[in-house]
Design a protein around this ligand. Structure first.
Ligand SMILES: Nc1ncnc2c1ncn2[C@@H]1O[C@H](COP(=O)(O)OP(=O)(O)OP(=O)(O)O)[C@@H](O)[C@H]1O
Ligand SMILES: [Mg+2]
Length: 255
């Protein structure tokens, strides 16, 4: 396959759980290298299920995932809660993915130092999670996801539990990180505004069983700064995404 083929392609993916619930049906999604794609959709429509399939934490019951390299690359996963080990230092928390690969503390130290520096937490390597604010814990979680240098970063409502100011700051920092590292990001959010700020493409899901019903390309150039939040292009994207969501919900209530 050529370098321009998608990093991963989901083709007609469906997921039915053992209890009979069908979370996804007919999900088609191509992710290209370097894209920032948001999944936006009603609660329970299958967004987290889609992320879990891509991460390899579950297998589809219908359809297939095709990886460009023929196999899944290294993937970072950031959940809504920081999910840190409370008894371990920040250094040890970020070490975890490497430790699972039998990389010793000493061998891992440079990569851990770099990941912590990228999220602005170099000074906190020896701290414990309880000593950090919610935003700082989320930064640790991002550092842990970055420590393997993943080609693909999956984020499931990572900033939903944070206050607005911290969220705006982390949005900005995330874009800077993506630009530096050139990774592909797939980002689940409930927020139209967040998706419009971050994304190069917004995929709007139907109600369950989820599939993508509308895609919105966001052409706005870098840098996406605070000025972008006041721009016409941003407001136009918010409007289009809100409208698409409303259409999805009203189809449901009409059904
Ligand atoms: N392991 C499971 N077993 C059975 N049903 C499941 C399982 N995981 C998810 N579901 C169901 O699948 C549907 C989709 O769930 P999912 O968590 O993917 O939704 P979501 O879009 O992420 O929702 P939210 O926005 O609220 O996080 C829901 O009805 C959920 O109850
Ligand atoms: Mg979810």
């Amino acid at each position: 396959m050529s370098a321009s083929s998608p990093l991963v392609s989901l083709q007609g993916v469906g997921q039915t759980f053992a209890n009979g619930v069908t979370a996804l049906r007919g999900l088609d999604l191509d992710l290209r290298a370097g894209e920032f794609v948001s999944l936006l959709g009603p609660s329970g429509c299958g967004k987290s299920s889609a992320l879990r399939l891509i991460a390899g934490l579950a297998t589809p019951t219908e359809g297939a995932l095709r990886w460009r390299a023929g196999e899944r690359p290294d993937i970072g996963f950031v959940f809504q809660d920081a999910t840190l080990m409370p008894w371990a230092t920040i250094f040890e928390n970020v070490w975890l993915p490497l430790r699972l690969r039998h990389v010793s503390r000493a061998e891992a130290a440079p990569a851990i130092g770099e990941a912590l520096a990228r999220v602005g937490l170099s000074a906190f390597a020896q701290a414990f999670p309880r000593e950090l604010s919610g935003g700082m814990k989320m930064r640790v979680s991002i550092a842990r996801a970055l420590v393997l240098r993943p080609a693909l970063l999956l984020m499931d409502e990572p900033f939903a539990a944070l206050d607005e100011i911290t969220r705006l700051r982390l949005n900005r920092d995330l874009l800077a990180l993506q630009a530096e590292l050139g990774m592909t990001v797939l980002f689940v959010t409930h927020s139209v505004y967040e998706s419009a700020f971050l994304s190069s493409r917004i995929c709007v899901f139907s109600e369950r069983p989820g599939r993508i019903v509308t895609q919105i390309n966001v052409e706005a150039p870098a840098p996406r700064d605070e000025g972008y939040r006041l721009s016409r292009a941003y407001l136009e994207t918010c409007r289009a995404a809100s409208q698409a969501l409303e259409d999805v919900m009203s189809q449901e209530s009409a059904a």
